[in-house]
Design a protein around this ligand. Structure first.
Ligand SMILES: Cc1ncc(COP(=O)(O)O)c(C=O)c1O
Length: 432
């Protein structure tokens, strides 16, 4: 990590951070944040930033929106914690209902609330095993599902997520994800890769679930072709396998639909949510077909904090903001602006190998050579650090750490969005 020009106060905090916080917990930027609002952030020295990272896709409704602040304040005065396992309370049940109605498909749904994306994925796997009586799970190469033992095992990127942390959970298998820019065959796209896995590695009738990100987030915003997702649905139905959509990063309007699977018109058996669900309050959810969600025995799922009343109040306010401000349509609009600017930049700079994404989930993959597609890892790191120097917080992704991604709050004003894109373009021009 390279130090951005840190002010006096920031420098002191950064020294303390180095002394007391483990280095494994890395930060994209050496910025000590003081406060934030909307899509703007200020550090402890008063330096101003435009935020294109949105808490890694957690702040679709922006930093500190009044409606969330009010809902959370009211809730903290009323009930901060109870533990649903001791006695239920209204915000949990209300949110369970709203999420059950929001997830696509005609089957009745039920909702389990947890503390994070990883914990939600863990629980989706538990539910799938309980519902099918089968042990095996199929995930995809280049995926990211979290940092706990099972979710790290499911994750399809070795460094840094798995390096040195084995042994991993058994009975997890990886198939190929259709990554058109870097793949030379249509095997993954056609579903043949999955059939090969059944024939060579794990019999289909041992598989409880296939877990898939409809757009790979940490993997570099790789958009699954809708037809491929429909193929997964067909294969899963044929084999009695459950299909889990991990919408932790794509969820909540980012892709121009409330959930990304809506682009493919499929109904997953379970959907995993977190991040922008509660505007930064720790909350994850598994929403699934009622009979599947009821498979675990009584007392078999839960946790002390999952579905905490304050986090639920924040999530209910987030849903209200989405409806009232029509943020799903706004994601499509923002996406068009970003794509247009990215494509113009691509025409100017050979460094930009591909521009891709869905809705407001847009990225550019940087290469040192467009023919060989050699990943431009160092240039990518240089760009994001120079952007921070110039007042733009932006982050990378991708198997080769060479993808610049935009997860800007969907409420950002056009002028501010353009100011941020101007900074990015100027910096790319300096580095390209
Ligand atoms: C697709 C996906 N699944 C799961 C997770 C893990 O979520 P959390 O960090 O809340 O545990 C992430 C986090 O980036 C994610 O992008």
């Amino acid at each position: 990590m390279q130090t951005v020009e840190a002010g006096q106060k920031s420098a002191t905090w950064l020294d303390k951070r180095a002394q007391y916080v483990p280095r494994g917990l890395s930060s994209y930027h050496n910025i000590i944040v003081d406060h934030a609002h909307g899509a703007e952030v200020w550090d402890v020295d008063g330096k101003h930033y435009i935020d294109f990272a949105g808490g890694i896709g957690t702040l679709n409704v922006g930093h500190t929106p009044q409606r969330v602040v009010d809902a959370v304040t009211r809730q903290t005065e009323k009930l901060i914690h109870m533990a649903f396992g001791v006695a239920p309370y209204a915000p949990y049940i209300d949110l369970a209902e709203r999420l059950a109605k929001l997830v696509p498909g005609s089957s009745p749904k039920k909702t389990l609330l947890l503390n994070s994306g990883a914990e939600a994925v863990e629980n989706a796997i538990k539910v799938a095993r309980a519902a099918t009586g089968r042990p095996a799970i199929i995930a995809f190469e280049n995926s990211f599902h979290g940092r706990t033992l099972m979710t790290m095992t499911l994750t399809g990127k070795e460094k840094p997520y798995k390096l040195g942390f084995g042994p991993f959970a058994p009975d997890v298998y990886h198939a190929r994800y259709p990554y058109a820019y870097r793949s030379d065959s249509d095997e993954a796209e056609s579903g043949r890769d999955l059939e090969r896995l059944f024939a060579t590695t794990v019999a289909a009738n041992r598989v409880a679930a296939i877990i898939v990100e409809p757009v790979q987030g940490e993997g570099g915003f790789i958009v699954a072709p809708p037809e491929w997702l429909r193929t997964l649905r067909r294969i899963a139905d044929r084999e009695g396998i459950l299909l889990i959509a991990d919408e932790v990063q794509t969820g909540f309007g980012r892709t121009g639909q409330m959930l990304a699977v809506e682009h493919a018109g499929i109904e997953p058996d379970m959907v995993v949510l977190a991040k922008s669900l509660a505007d930064g309050f720790p909350l994850g959810a598994v929403v699934g077909r009622a009979e599947i969600m009821d498979a675990p025995g009584v007392g078999g799922i839960g946790g002390t904090y999952g579905g905490n009343p304050v986090a639920c109040a924040a999530a209910l306010a987030v849903l209200d903001i989405f409806e009232e401000e029509n943020l799903v349509a706004r994601a499509r609009e923002l996406g068009q602006i970003v794509v247009q600017r990215f494509q113009q930049m691509q025409q100017r700079y050979d460094l930009i190998g591909e521009v891709r994404g869905l809705g407001a989930m847009q990225a550019m993959e940087l290469v040192t050579n467009r023919a060989t597609k050699e990943p431009a890892k160092e240039q990518t790191a240089e760009i994001i650090h120079r952007c921070a120097d110039d007042g733009l917080i932006i982050i990378k992704a991708g198997l080769h750490d060479n993808v610049i991604r935009i997860l800007v709050p969907l409420i950002i004003a056009h002028d501010l969005l353009n100011d941020g894109l101007d900074i990015l373009e100027r910096v790319i021009g300096q580095v390209a």
